[in-house]
Design a protein around this ligand. Structure first.
Ligand SMILES: [Fe+2]
Length: 294
């Protein structure tokens, strides 16, 4: 006998469950797609100006009124939207000091775009830099950062001073400022030369190092502020225990932000570009402005 025309037939339980699971899977897929789209096309271009306050009597007296900026991990393929945004922000900030903590190019990439970017940097007192592991991916090309092609003449293309396990003294009205740079060996490890350089720094000093594991080479009693990068803040949020299991020690221990142990301090920048995957989620690119207070 045919059923009443408006009567709804009840479906078996297993069909209802299948529909529910199907809907759930589609929902998760849709959210993942939205997140990935956001992480690739939106967040990597939202460059944040990140203000950090460092309390140090000596540096506060020297740099209290100066505009000090750190840039890291630009990974430039071409001077595009993100790089132009960085240059516009720098023009507004008018820095006295710019500190660059490595990885200006992509792996085995073209160095000309990075050098063109560096040539557009200006700071009233000076610009100092170290190289990162990516900058050494084409070792012969890495020479272009410091020298004119095929010569020992210092580069005329930019005003950046590259530090390779060396320290410089800058005389300011409040006294001398020491700026050092620990140089990377290949494969992202610190060379023994960099280790002994770091152990020998007499503070107070600002020391640039691409790899934040440098912090462990500096003695607790050394009055050193390390500026580092390399981790990109992880690019996406992952728990440190998982990063440890995956062998990414620097990310597990020093992913981003300010670290302090007795007299030594370190700031790790999330950087500006990306590597491995062109994605950032909840890890916006940053231009760091360091404010020194006594
Ligand atoms: Fe990097």
């Amino acid at each position: 006998m045919p059923g009443w025309p408006f009567q709804r037939e009840s479906l078996p339980n297993n069909v209802n469950k299948k529909r529910f699971v199907n809907l759930g899977v589609r929902g998760i897929f849709f959210i993942a797609l939205l997140l990935i789209t956001y992480g690739i096309y939106i967040e990597p271009y939202q460059v944040e100006t990140h203000h950090i306050w460092i309390h140090d009597g000596y540096l506060g007296r020297l740099l209290g009124k100066k505009v000090v900026v750190q840039l890291s991990d630009l990974h430039i393929g071409k001077v595009g939207r993100r790089e132009r945004a960085v240059l516009r922000t720098l023009a507004r900030l008018r820095p006295d000091f710019i500190f660059l903590t490595g990885d200006y190019v992509q792996w085995n990439g073209d160095y000309r775009a990075a050098i063109s970017f560096l040539s557009q940097l200006k700071a009233t007192v000076g610009i100092w830099a170290v190289m990162g592991d990516y900058d050494y991916s084409r070792s012969r090309q890495s020479c272009l950062f410091c020298h004119e092609e095929g010569t020992g003449t210092p580069s005329r293309h930019h005003l950046v001073k590259f530090l390779r396990n060396t320290i410089e003294q800058v005389n300011l009205p409040g006294g001398p400022l020491f700026i050092g740079g620990a140089d990377m060996a290949g494969e992202g490890l610190l060379s023994s030369a960099a280790g002994s350089f770091l152990r020998g720094v007499k503070g107070p000093a600002i020391v640039l190092s691409h790899n934040p594991l440098s912090f462990e080479y500096v003695n607790d009693e050394q009055r050193v502020l390390l500026l580092a990068g390399d981790t990109h803040g992880g690019q996406i949020p992952l728990p440190s225990w998982l990063l440890g299991i995956l062998g990414w020690e620097k990310n597990a221990c020093y992913s981003r932000g300010l670290f302090e142990q007795n007299r030594k301090k370190m700031f790790v920048s999330r950087g500006i570009g990306t590597s491995h995957f062109p994605i950032r989620i909840l890890r916006r690119p940053e231009i760091t402005v360091l404010h020194f207070r006594q």
